[in-house]
Design a protein around this ligand. Structure first.
Ligand code: NAD
Length: 247
């Protein structure tokens, strides 16, 4: 399927591996010129080799607002206009109300909420001027069903979802869509690091399988497509049916 975005430009953060990388690869396969961002230059160099020519990398730390500003300046210098933002980062550490300090909340809010707001502030105004733009944030199924021991993720991503929904309504008339995708359990390296028994983890998913990161990337690319222009303000679960609620 031709997604109608060949020749467009994208900034994909948290893109050296996992769901961010799969999203970058799917966009690259659709003919998009992608800039991959993560903290490690080495990992980025390896990752970009799997993408089409014309892609680019920038090392930046999303937990540092000044690093985000420099990164935004560099990507605009390199690519000119940015048509697509896929906002992603690593997840915050686990913990509950009792074990989590107030400083931990500040760090998680910076990494998993404010970094995306900062990138939206830096990129959406120019998308509006050009009359076309796509923003997709990778959040978590925990927004629908807050998870025990993930109080930081639950808190930051719910706030982000509300920011995106509010912004989507404001910019819809200018041809800019703003959505989030909520991953359930996907077979990324992070999950392999977290769990020894991946089959046991998969048994808790109604499909009986973990999500395939490449499939996830294709969903992100579709939301960035021309055909997805009427989807905005949505928070879409990609979780194999794991979330139990109706919404
Ligand atoms: P991952 O840990 O494999 O990849 C995270 C990426 O973000 C890496 O490229 C890493 O280098 C980059 N990154 C981390 N901290 C950064 C920082 N401060 N600045 C810049 N880049 C940074 O994670 P994943 O499994 O691909 O998941 C992606 C997101 O989706 C995470 O936020 C995760 O919590 C969330 N999520 C994942 C799953 C899953 O099953 N994989 C489920 C629910 C939510």
């Amino acid at each position: 399927m031709d997604l109608g975005i060949s020749g467009r430009t994208a900034l994909v953060t948290g893109a050296s591996r996992g769901l961010g990388f799969s999203s970058a690869r799917a966009l690259s396969n659709a003919g998009v010129k992608v800039c991959l961002v993560s903290r490690s230059t080495d990992r980025l160099s390896t990752a970009v080799q799997e993408l089409s020519d014309g892609c680019h990398t920038i090392a930046a730390d999303l937990s540092d607002p000044s690093s985000i500003q420099s990164m935004l300046e560099e990507v605009k210098e390199t690519f000119g206009a940015i048509d697509i933002l896929v906002a992603n980062a690593g997840g915050p550490p686990p913990g509950n109300f009792e074990t989590t300090a107030i400083e931990d909340f500040s760090e998680a809010l910076q990494l998993n909420l404010l970094s995306t707001i900062e990138m939206c502030k830096g990129l959406i105004p120019e998308m509006i001027d050009r009359g076309w733009g796509r923003v997709v944030a990778i959040t978590s199924i925990a927004v629908r069903e807050p998870m025990a021991q993930l109080i930081l993720s639950n808190t930051a991503r719910s706030g982000l979802t509300s920011f995106l929904k509010t912004t989507a309504t404001e910019v819809a008339g200018a041809g800019v869509t703003v959505n989030s995708i909520q991953p359930g359990l996907h077979g990324t390296e992070r999950l392999t690091e977290l769990y020894e028994d991946l089959q046991g983890v998969a048994a808790n998913v109604p499909t009986g399988k973990l999500g395939n990161p490449d499939d996830f990337g294709q969903v992100v690319a579709f939301l960035c497509s021309e055909q997805a222009k009427f989807i905005t303000g949505a928070a879409i679960p990609v979780d194999g049916g794991a979330a139990k609620g109706l919404q």
